[in-house]
Write a protein that binds this ligand. Structure first.
Ligand code: HEM
Ligand code: HEM
Length: 187
């Protein structure tokens, strides 16, 4: 069983982290945007419930998302496929910015809760206390701005990323999609 990446492809660790993180990020978008919609509709109770879910799920997946970023840098990177230089640049740039946007969300989310002077409540099971002595408006606003930048960056980057994956799967048919589904055959 190949766990670690090599020049030919991804190992199971990267493949598992890639897809688990993708599912986790979708869950964060669903709860985050539904909370925003409830807020816009003036339903404060529903907004609070959905935000509680967003924060609880977020706290539960922070380590998964961090592991996903660290594992990407701690392992050999599979060789980039042959394609026109602008596409190579676009692929590398998108991957790096995706990892950065994930980091921004993982840091700004908890910071937004803590700087509001609140603890992070995880499904009512336990809570992670705030390191702030009291509400810090400056840090809170910065965290909210960063969280908004990270979320819109993720939307644009994931769209480009999925289009790229489809290009490789449907037009190029070069095995790039396959290598994010299973390690190289003869390993
Ligand atoms: C939340 C959604 C997603 C995120 C954040 C994400 C992130 C990434 C990152 C950072 C890489 C670079 C490899 C690494 O550093 O480990 C990667 C590779 C890859 N992703 Fe995603 N991904 C997402 C969703 C998807 C989806 C939906 C597909 C398929 C339609 C996909 C297909 C691929 C493929 C095929 C590769 C391998 C590219 C290569 O070998 O050069 N990803 N992804
Ligand atoms: C990839 C991960 C994440 C994504 C895609 C994401 C997405 C979102 C979205 C779409 C909103 C709605 C904004 C609004 O109501 O205007 C939001 C708000 C929020 N999120 Fe996240 N989030 C992520 C991670 C986290 C984490 C890990 C936490 C904390 C544990 C967190 C805490 C919050 C808080 C407190 C808010 C409300 C304050 C604000 O609007 O900035 N988020 N997030």
């Amino acid at each position: 069983m190949q766990w670690i990446n090599d020049k030919r492809g991804y190992g199971w660790l990267s493949i598992a982290l890639h897809w688990l993180a993708a599912i986790a990020i979708v869950a964060m978008f669903v709860t985050g945007f539904r909370a925003e919609m409830a807020g816009d509709a003036g339903d404060r109770e529903l907004r609070a419930a959905l935000m509680g879910m967003h924060i609880s799920i977020g706290a539960s997946i922070v380590l998964l998302l961090l592991a996903r970023v660290v594992a990407s840098y701690a392992q050999p990177r599979p060789a980039a496929p042959e394609q026109a230089p602008p596409f190579k640049l676009l692929a590398v740039g998108t991957h790096q910015l995706l990892l950065l946007a994930i980091l921004i969300q993982v840091v700004s989310g908890p910071l937004a809760v803590w700087s509001g002077g609140r603890a992070i409540d995880v499904f009512g099971l336990f809570s992670i206390p705030t390191p702030f002595a009291e509400r810090n408006e400056g840090v809170h606003e910065l965290a909210e701005v960063l969280h908004a930048i990270g979320r819109w960056a993720l939307i644009v980057l994931i769209s480009v990323h999925v289009l790229g994956a489809l290009k490789h799967a449907v037009i190029d048919r070069d095995g790039i999609m396959r290598r994010m589904l299973a390690p190289p055959k003869s390993a």
